[in-house]
Design a protein around this ligand. Sequence first.
Ligand code: ZN
Length: 412
Amino acid sequence: MGKIFIIDVTNRDGVQTANLGLSKLEKTMINIYLNEMGVFQSEFGFPTTKHESHYLKANLELAMIGVLQPIRLGGWIRATVGDVEQTFKLIPEIKHLNISISTSDQMIQGKFRGKKTKDDILKTMVDALDAARSLGAENIGVNAEDASRTDLDFLIEFASAAKLHGADRFRYCDTLGYDNPFTIYDTIKAIAENVGMPIEIHCHGDLGMAVATSIGGAKGAVDGGQDAYINTTVNGIGERAGNADLVATVLAVLKSKSFAEKYQLGQPIDLSKSFKIAKFASYAFGVPVPINQTGVGANAFAHASGIHADGVLKDPHNYELYSYEELGRGEPEFVDTGREICSGEYGGVSGFRHIMGKMEVSFVDAKEAERVLELVRYANVCAQKPLVEDELLFIAKYPDIARKLLTLTPLD
Ligand SMILES: [Zn+2]
């Protein structure tokens, strides 16, 4: 029986969203929180993009020293030999990659403008895949962009070629959110049965169904005898109408009617971190969590009407499908309504020592405090808002890695 795994793509699809972005430290914190939750893989960035280099290397270093373990850190690139070579030139230590190319007739005509045939697409992908393997990639996913508008025969041919050349997974991208749970189920099941390799399901919310199609696709993979890897983002942040929300997707797998009895996660997800990661992503992106967001919205456990309030007080199961404690909610939060000292790019040592002292962090001497403060100033330059406690603690604990993360030197 195949299992369901989560690959979170907040640090790739999330950050490439129009009007939104994350600092390199914020991306690092997302990786840390995803790891704490038990997410299988974080698609942590773009190895061919030069301003990502220091961040990617610093996070791979965090993996090496055990901080980002057991989560896998995977890069996203186009499926071309050029991108593969650039990746291993800039980030030789990278181990996991997804390589992507469009497969639909729409893209072949509308984007490649007749300059690429289907055979060219297969050859480009296979050459990139072979190059990635020979340069040292350990795990490679091959992405069919716009798969939901690609005919099934070509998807099977494409995935079979990827499998023949040693790809570990095939990523089915419902790039435009065109599928529904029924169509994606049929398509993914057919690919799983005909190709026989693990399948990633990457869905968007243009028709409001990103989580539903993800679950439908995962069911198709498992029924077809394969493992499913659902792509999610924190708070569903992603291109246009967004991606499948991480917390909602895991809840749907675990809590929807008769699903978890047959379709199970391959490794446990600690949902008690849900509220924390949702709140952090909201703050970091500067996008409020909608009041009605699944599990983490302000109204997710709020009851006003007489019948519901009475019912939930008698037995929460009357009107709640799962408990707020499961999602890490219910702890009181303290908000300073008086004087506030916060971190900033022009901060000084006295305020900084006050902030760190509140978190019971002390420094051996003034020199060490000044050194960490300097890094905090740089982090503030990038974030343009006060750092959260976990970010300050991270910098204090790993100043050398923070220095690398925060280094943004334009490269040649
Ligand atoms: Zn996407």
